[in-house]
Design a protein around this ligand. Structure first.
Ligand code: SAM
Length: 310
């Protein structure tokens, strides 16, 4: 993780965005009916959420499976404290957050029934090393899940005030500057998603399934459904993030490394707020937004030794 990313995780705009994910990152029916059965967690399973941030995935698991023993690990002290405060507020004694590095997990071999991560590997220069670490701390038969971005273009909302799509050539140019520059400046790989299954196999895991998140953010006045309210809250926190100096710093580092100019950075950061800021703030328009452009989900298992060979 380089300095720009480190600063970004400490920013309050980013923390707010991550906290909101507990409600709106997944369609609950998809997570509960499709992913949880694939994970096949036994009752009381010990689950490690690596790069947990302030706990979006940890708290989602705690809500759907209150029997789990959940540990969230993250490098950023501010997010670890926020996670522990939230766990105390919710009176959850089975949820704990601690500080540590995904590249050198501070746990014994085989100490968890499951190891999961959500948009962590995308930020690492050595994602394969983190996957090997996750495999190491799994017991034989333990489950692995990584939900990671594979960004193929940048997407902005279609809304009732401006229902025409963005020009794909324009957004593709920004995507190219960001994707290339992000890699070249050593921040990670915004297209790590489809590489994760290969990393998992290399780490000795058996692939159970590869999927994508089925979520499409949308809200139609008067935003009656809780899912629409979560989408609106998330859209508002994206607008706040676009105006945050930490976010600008990482966009700038990435785009300049990718061959862009400061004018490209200004124009890119202006695009979303120009079109949607007022509508999201006042909440008086309808929108549809592919907020998580291709979030790939890899589910795998650590092979258990054949009976009689242990
Ligand atoms: C986009 S956030 C995702 C947080 C959380 N998983 C979620 O979905 O809300 C990425 C997180 O990875 C953490 N991180 C980055 N590098 C890390 C490392 N080497 N070890 C542990 N955490 C790391 C950051 O501190 C940040 O909280």
């Amino acid at each position: 993780m380089n300095n720009e990313s480190e600063e970004l995780w400490k920013s309050s705009a980013e923390a707010e965005l991550l906290a909101g994910r507990a409600e709106g990152f997944w369609n609950l029916d998809y997570f509960e009916r499709v992913l949880l059965p694939l994970l096949d967690l036994p009752s009381g399973a010990r689950v490690l959420d690596v790069g947990a941030g302030n706990g979006a995935l940890t708290f989602l698991l705690a809500r759907l499976r209150p029997d789990l023993e959940l540990t969230g690990l993250d490098l950023t002290a501010e997010l670890v404290s926020a996670g522990n405060e939230e766990a105390a507020k919710r009176e959850l004694e089975n949820v704990n957050f601690s500080q540590g590095d995904a590249l050198s997990l501070p746990f014994e071999d085989g100490s968890f029934d499951a190891a999961v991560c959500q948009t962590l590997l995308v930020h690492l220069a050595e994602p394969g090393r983190a996957v090997r670490e996750m495999s190491r701390v799994l017991r034989p038969g333990g489950s692995f899940m990584a939900a990671e971005f594979h960004i193929i273009n940048i997407d902005f909302p279609i809304d009732s005030a401006s229902p025409t799509p963005y020009d794909i050539g324009e957004t593709a140019r920004y995507a190219k500057l960001l994707l290339h520059g992000y890699r070249l400046s050593g921040q990670g790989d915004l297209q790590v998603g489809a590489r994760v299954p290969f990393m998992a196999m290399e780490a000795g895991l058996e692939i159970i399934d590869c999927r994508i998140n089925d979520r499409l953010a949308h809200g139609f006045i008067p935003y009656r459904r809780p899912s629409e309210q979560a989408s609106l809250a998330e859209a508002r926190s994206w607008v706040a993030l676009f105006e945050d100096s930490g976010y600008r710093a990482w966009v700038e580092t990435s785009m300049l490394a990718g061959g862009g100019t400061t004018e490209d950075v200004d124009e890119f950061l202006r695009l979303l707020p120009a079109r949607s800021r007022d509508g999201f703030r006042s909440g008086d328009y309808s929108f549809v937004w592919l907020l998580n452009p291709v979030l790939t989900v890899t589910v795998a298992r650590k092979p258990a030794p054949a009976p009689g060979t242990a």
